[in-house]
Ligand binder design. Structure first.
Ligand SMILES: Nc1nc2c(ncn2[C@@H]2O[C@H](COP(=O)(O)OP(=O)(O)OP(=O)(O)O)[C@@H](O)[C@H]2O)c(=O)[nH]1
Ligand SMILES: [Mg+2]
Length: 292
């Protein structure tokens, strides 16, 4: 029994046993208890953006560069095997072979499997990685919906990765991701349309106070990375963004808790059958000892 206890797994993981680490993360992801350990200070970056923008390629570059400086990097990639992104997971694994394996850990996080919602699963996994003393923890999520924002908001800084020809789109999305991102990396600067995209994003942001920084990079060619790394280390928390991210994460935790209440299903069905009004359905969801 002792072999399977969290304490033993924790000790093994801290000694560099990757299977123990993987098991520990699975326990955390599924909502199990891993005991309470001291959370060492880590640097946590959320990376989000549209499919194929180059998030994984950029993460791999950054992780390689940081590991060369002796830092340890753990990467949590949320659902990289979604239908849209196809074989990205295999790509990620193949690329990781070239990096120093003792300093870099890659783990994909399924959008199912975590109890109480993905953002809670990711949050618990991050806590495990923090306790084990990983220097930098990176969280990759695809897309730009509330769910992805919540996952990225687990981090204490957020980078949006964009590709070429996105200037107009991102201006239209202003009220979303731009309110939570500290920095925007306009990737694929080696391709036509990328600089225009960066300029158009910058233009769109020029009137907003405390707007995120915009940096042009090419993850493929490696250009602009030193600048990006420097800026990433200099991000100072913007109070409005911190508030916004906290609200998004809190909403997501509360929503996940509500959905797990036994009375939720009945309320939802009653509302769908139009026998009661939405507010009445909401009233049907029962709280537990005054808690959501
Ligand atoms: N030309 C060019 N291609 C790039 C660059 N960065 C990434 N790519 C290519 O873009 C494609 C998608 O890259 P990924 O790193 O998998 O993108 P991603 O954002 O992680 O994709 P998903 O996880 O599927 O959303 C791959 O074919 C990369 O080789 C770049 O800087 N320039
Ligand atoms: Mg990816």
């Amino acid at each position: 029994m002792a072999m399977n206890s969290s304490k033993t797994l924790f000790d093994s993981a801290i000694e560099g046993d990757r299977r123990a680490l993987a098991k520990l993360l699975t326990i955390a992801e599924e909502g199990g208890s891993i005991g309470s350990y001291e959370q060492k200070p880590s640097w946590i970056l959320g990376i989000t953006g549209p499919p194929g923008a180059g998030k994984s390629t950029l993460i791999d570059r950054l992780a390689s560069n940081w590991s060369e400086k002796g830092e340890s990097i753990a990467i949590l990639a949320v659902d990289p095997s979604s239908p849209v992104s196809g074989g990205a997971l295999l790509g990620d694994r193949a690329r990781m072979v070239f990096s120093d394996p003792s300093k870099i850990y890659f783990r994909s996080v399924s959008s199912r499997g975590s109890s109480g919602g993905i953002s809670s699963g990711v949050r618990r996994m991050v806590e495990v990685l923090q306790s084990l003393g990983w220097d930098r923890i990176l969280i990759e999520t695809v897309g730009a919906g509330q769910g992805e924002f919540a996952i990225a908001s687990v981090a204490d800084r957020v980078m949006l990765v964009e590709g070429p020809d996105r200037g107009d789109i991102i201006q239209a999305e202003k009220a979303g991701i731009l309110e939570i991102a500290d920095i925007i990396a306009c990737n694929k600067s080696d391709l036509p349309g990328s600089l225009e995209s960066a300029n158009s994003i910058k233009e769109g942001l020029s009137f907003s106070e405390g707007a995120p920084e915009v940096v042009s990079v090419s993850a493929l060619k490696g250009s602009g990375l030193d600048d990006l790394m420097e800026r990433l280390d200099q991000i100072t928390p913007n109070p409005d963004r911190l508030l916004m991210r906290s609200a998004i994460l809190l909403d997501s935790i509360l929503a996940d808790r509500m959905r797990s209440r036994p009375s939720y299903e009945g309320a939802m069905r009653a509302m769908a059958s139009r026998t009661i009004k939405p507010d009445e359905a909401a009233d049907m969801v029962e709280f537990d000892n005054g808690r959501v």
